[in-house]
Design a protein around this ligand. Structure first.
Ligand code: ADP
Ligand code: ZN
Ligand code: MG
Length: 479
């Protein structure tokens, strides 16, 4: 059989750290970083005799996430202990939710080649993060840092509805943007506040049963997720094509070698000996409570998209791309407010800025300049201070320094030449140096004009006002 006879099946378990000020069961700060073991107290260090108290904000944020992803919100929910032993988990159990998660049966809509597709969510539950092991960083051996222990997480579990690495990426991007819009997580993948366990299996096209899956844990960049899925699919197909069987196991993706490695057999729910946490009370939510959160939900990407088409007259495609990231979309709105030219802002963001982001492998939130800078760039072109061509160089510079475009062009001497005398001087120089083209133009070859203008541009290193050049050439040549 060939590769195209197989169907890829993917399900993601996404962990998002919630941006509450304090941890889920104590009042320690959730702030990232800090000296090891300075954001800790007896509760999150699991001292005997301490008792957890559930942070109400965590429930609120999780319900927000559930409502924004079309979930049903459970009126009746609880916390369970998930028992396992690992040195970064001080209690030797994680407080999570087992059979009564806060949110169930939602969906997230993505776009693929065939249009829109719903990826169903099984559930969203709340749980606490574990600490962090620092291997060999402070001499030999591993030391544990509990600053992250007890930071609230939501785990968003998708149904195995995803059918390619590309769909997995779209789904994750959409989910990330929703969480950013509703401001429940900063979703900084580099800091691990958004990470995904990626479950992958293959099956013959037309099969009704799913194949055995493997799971890659804690993936935290779009690029490695896509690469890991592509690699893992090829590996599984190879195994099956060679008469082998896929083992259900947990794999580790290695970015350097671009391969997956076996870590351990996959554990089952029974291995965790889940049971209700007797130290915490059940969670009961009233209709009013849920309604209130629903009413106060901020604008989501979908409605922002519709607004962009109506208010700014953007195409659906533009609106879609801009609203895909809250950061990008805020940059668009901010710059538009200042320069009043939504089409130009959208064009710059979607073409030149997007190209640079792609080349540098950056996410929109890593754009080093703000709305004022982008707006000024556009205004400078409108006023004729710089040409579009120079503006592209200015943009490159804006990615290097946080300076305003006006400052950059002053420093580099990139101001467009719009002085009639200076333009005329160049035009005359080019005319006298290109007798053949001048003759061509005069004998009716319009094209020769383009060449002459090009020469003048070269002469001024792109700084001459192209419109003025054109007019001046015509004037001189027609004399
Ligand atoms: P856990 O991994 O914690 O044991 P589940 O068994 O509920 O939890 O599955 C977790 C994830 O694995 C879900 O996102 C689900 O969609 C996905 N999944 C389950 N079966 C498969 C499969 N055969 N192929 C790919 N993904 C799968
Ligand atoms: Zn604490
Ligand atoms: Mg799993």
């Amino acid at each position: 059989m060939s590769r195209s006879d197989y169907e890829v099946v993917i399900g993601l378990e996404v962990h998002a750290e919630l941006s509450t000020k304090t941890k889920i069961f104590c009042s320690c700060p959730t702030e990232f970083g800090g000296e090891p073991n300075t954001h800790c107290c007896p509760i999150c260090m699991a001292m005997p005799g301490t008792l957890p108290v559930l942070n109400e904000k965590v429930v609120e944020y999780a319900v927000k996430a559930g409502l924004a992803t079309n979930c049903e919100i459970s009126r009746d929910s609880k916390n369970d202990r998930k028992n396992y032993f690992y040195p970064d988990l001080p209690k030797a159990y994680q407080i999570s939710q087992f059979d009564k998660p806060l949110c169930e049966r939602g969906y997230v809509e993505i776009e693929n080649e065939d249009g829109k597709k719903k990826i169903r969510l099984t559930r969203i539950h709340i749980e606490e993060d574990a600490g962090k092991l620092n291997h060999d960083e402070y001499g030999r051996g591993s030391l544990v840092d509990l600053n992250r222990a007890g930071v609230p997480l939501i785990e968003i579990v998708s149904e195995p509805d995803i059918r390619s690495a590309k769909e997995a990426e779209s789904y994750l991007r959409k989910l990330k943007s929703i969480l950013e819009y509703i401001e429940v997580s900063d979703c900084k993948m580099q800091e691990g506040s958004l990470r995904a366990d990626v479950n992958v299996s293959i099956r013959k096209k037309g099969a009704t049963e799913y194949g055995t899956r493997t799971e890659m844990k804690n993936m935290n960049s779009f690029r490695s997720i896509v690469r890991a899925i592509e690699y893992e699919v090829e590996r599984q197909i190879d195994v099956v094509e060679n008469g082998g069987k896929i083992d259900q196991e947990t794999l580790r993706w290695d970015d350097v070698s671009g391969k997956t490695f076996s870590m351990r057999d996959k554990e089952d729910a029974q291995d965790y000996r889940y049971f209700p946490d007797p130290d915490l009370v059940a969670i009961r939510l009233s209709e009013d409570y849920i309604e209130n959160i629903k009413k106060n939900l901020p604008e989501l990407p979908e409605s922002r998209k519709i607004r962009y088409v109506e208010e700014y007259k953007l195409t659906e495609k533009e609106a879609n791309a801009l609203t895909a990231s809250k950061y990008l979309s805020n940059l668009f709105e901010g710059a538009t407010k200042i320069c009043n030219n939504p089409k130009a802002v959208s064009n710059w963001l979607m073409s030149d800025v997007a190209k640079i982001l792609n080349g540098k492998e950056l996410e929109p939130e890593e754009i080093p300049f703000g709305a004022e800078n982008l707006a000024e760039l556009i205004t400078l072109i409108e006023k004729g201070t710089i040409s579009t061509k120079i503006a592209k160089d200015v943009l490159d510079e804006m990615f290097e320094s946080a300076k305003m475009p006006s400052e950059i062009i002053k420093e580099k001497g990139w101001v467009q030449i719009s002085d009639e005398g200076a333009i005329k001087e160049v035009v005359l120089k080019v005319i006298s140096a290109n007798a053949q083209s001048v003759a061509d133009y005069k004998s009716g070859k319009e094209k020769a004009l383009g060449f002459l203008v090009g020469q003048a541009m070269k002469e001024t290193r792109g700084k001459a006002n192209p419109q003025m050049l054109n007019e001046m050439f015509k004037e001189e040549l027609n004399k």
